[in-house]
Design a protein around this ligand. Structure first.
Ligand SMILES: O=C(O)C[C@H]1NC(=O)NC1=O
Length: 243
């Protein structure tokens, strides 16, 4: 039995539940999903400011997960906030949902489109494409132009918009797969894949299976070089919780 920690970096409980359900829907019988969210910070992550705040929440949860003996971690926000910092802290694998979804898309298509929430977060996905080396694999990025928490408001409007943008991407982008650009979209991928006849990929489920694979391979985060544990030093003020 392996514990896999799935971290929603925002503080929204409903979205944490959506993410947890998706993670558990694909987890192997040998995996136990520990779903958590940041204990403080932002209720949704919609830009650079939010990402910076969320990264601290991620690090706090990574530390707690380590103390609980988890075997691996998922950062369940499409900005992959705090990913490399989390890898310094962690000994097991740490996978962000954006990198996971992008990797899976490149395994089944030569080019993919991304459908995310607010237009202002598109640049964050662009930065990740460059950082991960997938810039030339991404045909286009689309935003439904609704706030992240519209996905949890119960009206179904955001889900309708995601479907519309996926259909538009299929028609316009000449890409073979679509990546859903938000942890809160995790429960939409299977239905959209079968309805639209194109791989619609969610990063939460992709990341859970990648963490499981790395655990099975006996591959943890490298502690050789820049992802070694952080240099020991006193952490003052509110950061004391990270020491
Ligand atoms: O960047 C986005 O639009 C989505 C991102 N924000 C958030 O609170 N969870 C996420 O996955």
């Amino acid at each position: 039995q392996h514990l896999i920690q799935v971290i929603n970096p925002n503080t929204n409980v409903a979205m944490t539940h959506t993410i947890a359900e998706a993670a558990r829907s694909v987890a192997a019988p040998s995996s136990e999903i520990i779903a958590v969210c940041s204990s403080q910070g932002v209720e949704s992550i919609e830009g650079h400011f939010d990402e910076a705040i969320a990264a601290i929440g991620v690090l706090e949860q990574i530390k707690l997960g380590k103390e609980q003996g988890v075997s691996g971690h998922v950062i369940a926000c499409f900005g992959d906030p705090g990913l490399l910092a989390a890898r310094e802290l962690a000994s097991g694998p740490v996978i962000g949902i954006a990198e996971a979804a992008m990797h899976v898309a490149t395994l089944v298509a030569t080019r993919f489109s991304i459908v995310t929430t607010l237009p202002r977060t598109v640049i964050i996905a662009r930065h990740l494409l460059r950082q991960y080396g997938f810039e030339h694999h991404c045909a286009a990025l689309h935003a439904i132009d609704l706030p992240v928490l519209a996905l949890e408001d119960g009206t179904g409007l955001a889900q309708l918009k995601v479907r519309e943008r996926c259909i538009q991407a299929m028609k316009e982008d000449n890409s073979g797969a679509i990546v859903l650009g938000c942890g809160g979209m995790a429960n939409l991928a299977r239905e959209l894949t079968s309805e639209l006849g194109i791989p619609v990929i969610d990063g939460v489920t992709a990341a859970v299976k990648m963490v499981e694979s790395l655990i099975a391979l006996g591959v943890g985060t490298s502690k050789h070089g820049d992802l070694a544990y952080p240099n020991k030093k006193p952490l003052s003020g509110c950061f004391d919780m990270l020491s």
